[in-house]
Design a protein around this ligand. Structure first.
Ligand SMILES: Cc1cc2nc3c(=O)[nH]c(=O)nc-3n(C[C@H](O)[C@H](O)[C@H](O)COP(=O)(O)OP(=O)(O)OC[C@H]3O[C@@H](n4cnc5c(N)ncnc54)[C@H](O)[C@@H]3O)c2cc1C
Length: 372
């Protein structure tokens, strides 16, 4: 049998490793198709614009990792899936047949969904945009207004808080004073994760004199101003907005998949609602909750287990969502936020300081050591 995985981020890499582990001595072929032959530990992108990290310390080539565990790696972009024929079609028209397919191709920022936003905002979503953002910041001058925000429907607001506090620290270290305004569609700062993270963030905003607006959405953006639905107009010189996400082109252009802006609906088993031999993991699916690398990683492993269960005609397992997030907060270190269900009920835990920051750095090192 051919088990094919599209994408080699947190979701795809973990799915491939889990399947190979579980099917060690079986004749099944595990094939990963990905447009990039390099793994990027994306949470570490947050440090790149502030010259606190270098690219070669949080990326590694994937081919040797896959060779070691007996996974075939194909470095190509997928341009279509034909689910009725069980075919994946690559950009050079090569056809790869599958018995089971895991889609782990992530999502892209959908700048065009917000009127006027395209081309106006800095970004930290990938290596090149994070480096470009660093260059923009080097040109910042005293007094220039800064706006950082989370647009309606963005599924990982944590990145904006991290950027905000890292930026504040960066400017303070350079003794540059700029008025900063933050906004988010969330009802309260990092809402829904318990009162502790919200209160901590409110305190930091007060202390650093950062003006903020919660429960707002963007009406439109132009090259000088952002217009919110509460009537506020925020002038900016530097802007970073986290936009909504969209799925990849091969889904957006497909007639065989129902999707919401390219994001694929799945059952709690991570199985496509339409095709029972297709599983979708990570940022590419519509499972509720914050879209994180941790969720993608857990889902990659679960999809792998469920494929094996399906082969053996056993009942499939359901995905259990939790929150385990380490958010950088500048000079103060980081905030560790856990929100998970246990036999005793919902377990909530938040700590802040240098310890969570060290945990975040250590986790990156552990990940790279384990998989590269
Ligand atoms: C600045 C920043 C900070 C973050 N901080 C955290 C954090 O602290 N904690 C946390 O848990 N998460 C964090 N995240 C979120 C996390 O990185 C993402 O949720 C995670 O990367 C999603 O994993 P994924 O495998 O679903 O998709 P991705 O990581 O996007 O991987 C998608 C893969 O698919 C491939 N691909 C895409 N299209 C195609 C195609 N057509 N053909 C072939 N291959 C394709 C790509 O090359 C890539 O290998 C952060 C993200 C950013 C940007």
């Amino acid at each position: 049998m051919n088990i094919v995985i599209v994408g080699s981020g947190f979701g795809g890499l973990n799915a491939a490793i889990e399947i190979r582990k579980k099917l060690k001595k079986s004749p099944h072929d595990v094939i990963v198709i990905s447009e990039k032959a390099e793994f990027v530990f994306r949470p570490s992108l947050i440090w790149l614009p502030f010259h606190k990290h270098s690219t070669n310390k949080f990326t590694f080539p994937l081919r040797p990792t896959f060779e070691k565990i007996g996974v075939t790696f194909i470095e190509k972009r997928v341009q279509a899936i034909k689910p009725k024929q069980n075919h994946v079609i690559c950009n050079d028209n090569e056809i790869i047949e599958y018995d089971y397919l895991i889609l782990a191709s992530g999502a892209s920022p959908d700048w065009a969904r917000i009127k006027g936003l395209e081309g106006m905002s800095a970004s930290v979503y990938d290596l090149s945009s994070a480096l470009q953002t660093g260059k923009k910041l080097e040109e910042m001058e005293e007094g220039e207004p800064i706006v950082i925000g989370v647009a309606q429907e963005n599924p990982n607001p944590g990145i904006a808080y991290e950027f905000l506090f890292e930026l504040y620290t960066y400017l303070s270290e350079r003794r540059i004073k700029c008025p900063i305004t933050f906004f988010t569609y969330e009802k309260e700062l990092f809402g829904g994760k318990g009162t502790e993270p919200t209160e901590k963030l409110e305190g930091l905003m007060r202390e650093k004199q950062i003006t903020y607006h919660c429960n707002v959405s963007i009406k439109k953006v132009d090259d000088r101003m952002i217009y919110l639905n509460n009537g506020k107009r925020l002038p900016y010189s530097f802007l970073l907005v986290l936009p909504p996400y969209k799925g990849k082109e091969y889904i957006l252009s497909s007639k065989d998949f129902k999707h919401e802006n390219g994001i694929l609906p799945v059952h709690e088993t991570l199985q496509s609602v339409q095709w029972e031999n297709i599983f979708v993991v990570g940022d590419a699916n519509n499972i509720k909750g914050t879209k994180t690398g941790r969720a993608a990683e857990l889902q990659g492993a679960l999809a792998a287990k469920n494929i094996i269960k399906q082969m053996q005609h056993e009942p499939l397992m359901l995905f259990q969502h939790d929150t385990l997030y380490i958010m950088e907060i500048g000079k103060e270190g980081a905030m560790f936020i856990m929100n998970t269900s246990s036999k005793q009920g919902i377990l909530k835990w938040t700590i802040s300081g240098m310890m969570p920051h060290m945990m975040k750095r250590a986790f990156e090192k552990y990940y790279l050591l384990k998989f590269s």
